[in-house]
Every structure is written in C-alpha cells, then in structure tokens.
Design a protein around this ligand. Structure first.
Ligand code: AMP
Ligand code: MG
Length: 325
C-alpha cells in the first residue's frame, strides 16, 4: 500500500510518499520564505499553487513510482491558514478522484506526533509538539491525544520568528536565533510566564521587542536569553506532565524540535528522571508531506471513511478519535 500525502497548512508545500511499512519513499518540499517580514497567507498560498506540479513531479521521481502506483491520497485538512489549506485540499481531491483511490483528510498536529512515534519506535510517549503555530504537551488517554499543557497565546515558533523579525531577520528566524544564542553570554531578565501546565509567550515577545528598540543589548544576548527563558518553561511543564502521568518516553516533534538548546534541556531532564527521550529527525521535524502520508496509511489501515472533505482551520488535536492504535 502506497500513500501520497500533501501538506499545505502554512509556509510549506510538502508532498511525501510512504508505504505501509512506514518507509519514506519521497519527502519533497518547497518552503515559502522571506528576507524580511513574516508570511502573508495569500502569498504563501500562491507559492503553493505555483510549486505544486514541480514538487509532485519530484516526489514521484524520487519515489520511482508512477501515479497509478498510488493507493491512497492524504492531505492535511487542518489546522492551519485557510488560503493555504485550500490549495492542498483541492489538489488532493482532484488527484484522488482522477486515480479513483480513497481520500483521507488528516489532522496536521497528529501527523507530527505519529511520524515521531514511527521514527523513535516509542509506543506511548508524552509528546512536546513545538511548531510555528502550535505548542502543546500531549499524551494518549482514553482514546484521544489529550492536551496536558499548551500555549495560551502564540506558538513558540511564531514567538521566535516575531522576535527575529524585530532584530531584522527574515522568515524563518529559528535557525539563525539557534546559532546566535550560542554566542550569547549575558542573561537578560525576562518575564517567566508559566501558568499551571500552560505557557504564554506574547508578553516576553513584547519585552524583547522593547529591549531591541533601546539598542543597548547585543543580538546574541537577546537570542540567548529568549531561548533560555521559553525553553525552560517548555521543559518545566513537560517535566511536570511526565511526573503526573505514568509514562516513560518523551518525544520532541515539530519544526522547533530542530533547536539544539531545546533538545539539550529536554535530554538533561529526561536523563535525570530516568525516562527515554527522542527527537524527530530534522527532515521530518518541520512541516512535511511524509508525515501526512504516514497518517493516511495508519487511518486507511483502521478503515477510516472520509465524510467531509472541507478544511478545518481550527481543528484541535484533542478533537480526533484515535482509532488506528
Ligand atoms: P513547522 O510549523 O512545524 O514547520 O515549524 C516551523 C517553525 O520552526 C518556524 O517558526 C521556525 O522558525 C522554527 N524553527 C526551525 N528551525 C529552528 C531552530 N533550529 N530553532 C528554533 N526554531 C526553529
Ligand atoms: Mg507543523
């Protein structure tokens, strides 16, 4: 069984091809980036339309398959930016009807979790899912991925991109901030906003923007202080989750999982607690089509039948019945 998955929830148009054993045959993508400023949804959607044929052809070529070899088409049905989601949905519907194969709309956040489970071999982890728009601590309980802690305002990736923008960086700012933070030496006091198991980043963001405007601080020190603060919050809440829920694996997934300092903090905490820790591989950390294809395989195996192909911009992780485990 071969599934082609289409990802288009935000900045990335990704097309992945995965077989029923979880082998990634292709994972092609084109990212919408900027030299200055953030992402405008309609411009990102336009990028996806323009790049679709190119990325599709490349994926088929890399996987060494013909369209007729595809058994299922999956797409990210939500959550995400409406304009971007619609591009993937239209493409997936047309492809599935042309090939006369089942169409499966999957939840993007759940695909980030399941691809991490596939690559780590973890069966029942606590997942810290950190991306541009989402930041959640999740674990399976009573048939759903329940949210044990989450951002009360913006995603941590979005926080990183916005403070990067105020320091003159383009989108995405994450990799640049990761590098600069290593050269930071002075910790600048920032608000530490953790409320129970939840966290909030917009106040810290405002504070950093104000500090940038004073012109008194080195960019390296600001990047270092920002990372130390928000990643400590994420590590603290994840540690509390693992202390309360009886699990022994911690999985880090999503685009911000690529961050070296966040990985380091979680590794130390996991070691101290005596639990296993794994990070999703770089190629599967940020948004990608392979994770959508793998989720399609899992749901097809569980006999999922799609009723409504409309996109769902605000689809929550804990709204999905986990029927495939
Ligand atoms: P996603 O939405 O899952 O594709 O994740 C994209 C987000 O990951 C963007 O906000 C990026 O800035 C962020 N990101 C990518 N690499 C890094 C990194 N090394 N450190 C921190 N954030 C990163
Ligand atoms: Mg994502």
């Amino acid at each position: 069984m071969i599934c082609l998955g289409i990802e288009s929830t935000a900045h990335t148009l990704g097309i992945g091809i995965v077989n029923e054993k979880g082998k990634v045959l292709a994972n092609e993508k084109s990212n919408f980036t900027t030299e200055k400023g953030g992402i405008h949804p309609s411009k990102a959607a336009q990028h996806h339309v323009l790049m679709y044929q190119f990325v599709l052809d490349r994926a088929l070529k890399t996987a060494k398959i013909k369209p007729k070899d595809i058994d299922i088409v999956a797409f990210a049905q939500g959550p995400g930016l409406g304009a971007c989601l619609r591009v993937g949905a239209v493409a997936a519907r047309s492809l599935a009807s042309l090939l006369k194969v089942p169409l499966i709309g999957v939840n993007h956040c759940i695909a980030h979790i399941e691809i991490g489970k596939l690559t780590s071999g973890f069966k029942d982890p606590i997942t810290l899912y950190v991306s541009g728009a989402n930041t959640q601590i999740l674990a399976l309980a009573s048939g759903r991925y329940r949210v044990f802690g989450e951002t009360l305002d913006i995603g941590v990736g979005n926080f990183i991109d916005v403070i990067g923008r105020s320091m003159g960086m383009g989108f995405p700012a994450g990799p640049t901030i990761d590098k600069l933070a290593k050269k930071g030496k002075n910790y600048i006091e920032l608000p530490y906003t953790i409320k129970g198991m939840d966290f909030a980043f917009s106040g810290i963001q405002t504070k950093i923007n104000q500090l940038v405007q004073t012109g008194k601080h080195k960019t390296e020190d600001l990047c270092f202080s920002a990372q130390e603060t928000v990643f400590a919050e994420l590590t603290e809440a994840t540690e509390r989750a693992i202390a309360h829920i009886n699990k022994n694996e911690i999985l880090l997934t999503g685009g911000v999982a690529a961050n070296s300092r966040l990985q380091e903090m979680l590794k130390i905490m996991s070691k101290e607690r005596g639990v296993k820790f794994a990070v999703v591989p770089m190629a599967l950390a940020g948004d990608n089509g392979a994770m959508i294809a793998w989720q399609g395989i899992l749901e097809q195996k569980a006999n999922y039948k799609m009723k409504d192909t409309a996109i769902n911009q605000h689809w929550r992780t804990d709204d999905v019945d986990v029927t495939w485990l």
